[in-house]
Design a protein around this ligand. Structure first.
Ligand code: PSU
Ligand code: MN
Length: 315
């Protein structure tokens, strides 16, 4: 690892990376802005356990007291969960400001990818990625997660993109920027709460080993940039489509009426949908994150078997 003046690895994460053991990065905006307390803390800890049970070391990522952290203590996770929206939702642009103030930030997919890459962690599990929002032709609301996927060499395991987004335009953006979208055991890109979206993936791969092989080749060949690994929510936990769709439409209308904009949009929609579905969306969200953590760990394990030295060439 290059000298990283702002980064602290937990002793466990540091040790695992030094010995080429599998490590999975986890984000923290999902803790402070994506779920209510105490489900958020409980889920974050369960996700860490799921990664361990699948043979990898979890590295939850955040900014704490002006330091970039890969690997948090339980107390730090609990703090992020209790503080909730009071913690700054931190994406690429925000990082230097949070560091300058010795402040604390919950990292989005984009910011988590940046810190994971610095640490040398290649696999990252989350719930859903940000994307092109519906109505983006007018609002230009495109998540900073997308340009990050274009430039940063980390693979993100997710359950697709939520239907609060324009899934078609999100996939077009990824295509333009050369970000491969892999479907794990599926030909169809999943829509987060639901297994189907009617949009296809670029490549279907059916085992963690096949995915690990492609990732290794991509980065060894010097092809920088991220990869989306789309992992549908397990059938047993897929909620009924109609109530989710109704809640999504109502939440979008409410956001428009209240003039919700910018970084507030995604957290607002998530909490509104949860309220409107009586918690059904939250239950599904928890299950799909656990499912993604397990797959990410298996891919990380397969990668550690294949090669202990994946060198990312920087131009
Ligand atoms: N999707 C979810 N839960 C989340 C997020 C997205 O289902 O918590 C969070 C992630 O941290 C993601 C961020 O990176 O929202 C995207 O925010 P925005 O749309 O403002 O870029
Ligand atoms: Mn946005």
């Amino acid at each position: 690892m290059k000298n990283q003046p702002y980064l602290d690895l937990s002793p466990e994460v540091k040790n695992a990376l030094q010995h080429g053991q599998p490590v999975v990065a986890l984000e923290s905006t999902i803790i402070s802005h994506g779920m209510p307390f105490p489900d958020n803390v409980e889920t974050a800890l369960r996700v860490e356990r799921a990664v361990r049970e699948s043979g990898a070391v979890p590295a939850t990522i955040a900014i704490i007291g002006g330091r970039l952290k890969a690997g948090l203590s339980e107390a730090e996770i609990e703090h992020l969960g209790r503080a909730g929206q009071e913690v700054v939702k931190t994406s690429r642009r925000d990082i230097p400001f949070i560091l300058a103030k010795n402040s604390t930030g919950a990292t989005t997919v984009a910011a988590t990818m940046i810190i994971a890459e610095m640490a040398g962690i290649r696999i990252f599990a989350t719930g859903g990625i940000g994307g092109v929002h519906r109505g983006a032709a007018e609002t230009m609301d495109i998540s900073a997660d997308l340009p990050e996927l274009a430039r940063t060499s980390v693979a993100v395991v997710c359950a697709g993109a939520k239907s609060i987004l324009d899934i078609g335009l999100t996939l077009e953006y990824l295509e333009t920027h050369g970000v491969p979208v892999i479907g794990f055991q599926t030909d169809e890109f999943p829509a987060f709460y639901t297994r189907r979206s009617s949009f296809g993936v670029n490549y279907r791969l059916d085992t963690p080993e096949d995915i690990a092989k492609v990732l290794k080749i991509k980065w060894e060949a010097g092809l920088q940039g991220g990869v989306v690994i789309a992992n549908p929510i397990p059938e047993a936990h897929e909620p009924m489509l109609a109530p989710i769709q109704r809640a999504t439409e109502m939440a979008l209308a409410e956001a428009l009426r209240l003039g919700i904009r910018g970084k507030e949009t995604t957290p607002f929609l998530l909490s509104k949908i949860k309220e409107l579905t009586g918690g059904e969306s939250l239950r599904a969200n928890i299950e799909l994150v656990l499912n993604n953590a397990r797959l990410a760990a298996k891919i990380a394990v397969a990668m550690s078997f294949q090669q202990s030295s994946i060198v990312i060439r920087k131009s």
